[in-house]
Design a protein. Structure first.
Length: 92
């Protein structure tokens, strides 16, 4: 499976929303549904887990920039590399 297929499969299997009356009405009218903070957080976690399952890691642009332009600020580079290492899934 491609990473996109893995992500789609994970979202289809695990992302479940309980819609209130207003959101359900909006969905039936083909209007966008506003997620609560908890729903959005759970959706983001599921998406990140799906990416990790596909062997991909999401990092901040700041960390990536610090790595790409390494050498100009060693302390910032070390901090960014530590965050990047922490984001990697466990091998095993």
């Amino acid at each position: 499976m491609t990473p996109a297929e893995l992500i789609e499969k994970a979202l289809r299997e695990h992302l479940r929303l309980r819609l209130g009356k207003r959101a359900l009405t909006d969905a039936m009218l083909d209007k966008p549904i506003m997620l609560s903070g908890r729903e959005a957080e759970e959706g983001a976690r599921i998406a990140l887990d799906a990416l990790a399952g596909a062997g991909l890691v999401v990092v901040s642009a700041e960390d990536l920039r610090a790595y790409l332009y390494r050498g100009s600020d060693l302390k910032r580079e070390v901090e960014a590399m530590n965050r990047l290492r922490a984001a990697l899934p466990e091998e095993g």
